[in-house]
Design a protein around this ligand. Structure first.
Ligand code: SF4
Ligand code: SF4
Ligand code: SF4
Length: 225
């Protein structure tokens, strides 16, 4: 989308948002029907060593610009008591929410849930760069791509690796098998088997966003609410 159209649509978008919500910034709860897979991920914080191989693989696979990232590993600590002491690692990336504020506030439909996969994605051809989705995302994982001028974020490698029948690049790159990816609608998927056998939590679940990023807590770390 060219820049003049983006500027025009930003103005129109502000009106659209207020018209939809009544008050700018009010949250909207909607149900979006998914008729295919429901891809999700587990980050096992008890296995993660913070090597950032996942971050590097993501950048390379998805041509993420230097000034942005789709995935961060945030280190905290040290925690525990000597000699049982270590750092903890928290994955910051899109949660692929089933009730995604970024989708609800988007005035153009550029931000959407792909119905075949349940993955929250962005259509750069429809994005006007208004940044409503960036403001609405409680996980702060979106950015404006400096080249395309479109909002962007993790898409579970939907358009790169998944399109070739491969796993997301972060999952493939992880040397500790700390990332598990799969379809929640398939009872036999690795992720469902893992979810039956591991205690997990979801970050900011209380917001009602229904995040599909599950986390196995590090026994040394306090679970983030
Ligand atoms: S984490 Fe943010 S960008 Fe991702 S689906 Fe949820 S609200 Fe949207
Ligand atoms: S994807 Fe985000 S930046 Fe793009 S039009 Fe939608 S709300 Fe605006
Ligand atoms: S590649 Fe695996 S072990 Fe390394 S930081 Fe990422 S999730 Fe953690």
């Amino acid at each position: 989308m060219d820049h003049s159209r983006r500027k025009l649509m930003i103005g129109l978008g502000a009106g659209a948002m207020i018209a939809t919500t009544g008050v700018a910034g009010t949250s909207i709860i909607q149900t979006i029907e998914i008729d295919g897979k429901r891809y999700a991920m587990i980050h096992d914080e008890s296995l993660c060593i913070g090597c950032e191989a996942c971050v590097i693989a993501c950048k390379e696979t998805n041509n993420v610009p230097d000034s942005a990232t789709r995935l961060e590993i945030i280190r905290s600590g040290p925690v525990g008591e000597f000699p049982d002491i270590r750092y903890s690692f928290f994955r910051k990336s899109c949660q692929h929410c089933e009730n995604p504020p970024c989708v609800h506030v988007c005035p153009t439909g550029a931000s959407y849930i792909d119905k075949k996969t349940g993955i929250v994605d962005v259509n750069p051809d429809r994005c006007v760069g208004c940044q409503y989705c960036i403001a609405a995302c409680p996980y702060k994982v979106r950015y404006i791509d400096p080249v395309t001028k479109s909002a962007d974020k993790c898409d579970f490698c939907r358009k790169s690796k998944l399109a070739n029948g491969e796993l997301p690049s972060c999952v493939e790159a992880c040397p500790k098998q700390a990332l598990i990816f799969g379809d929640l609608n398939d009872p036999q998927s690795d992720i469902n088997i893992a979810l039956k056998n591991k205690a997990v939590y979801r970050y900011k679940k209380y917001l009602g966003t229904k995040p599909k990023m599950f986390r196995v807590p590090d026994k040394f770390n306090e679970v983030q609410s």
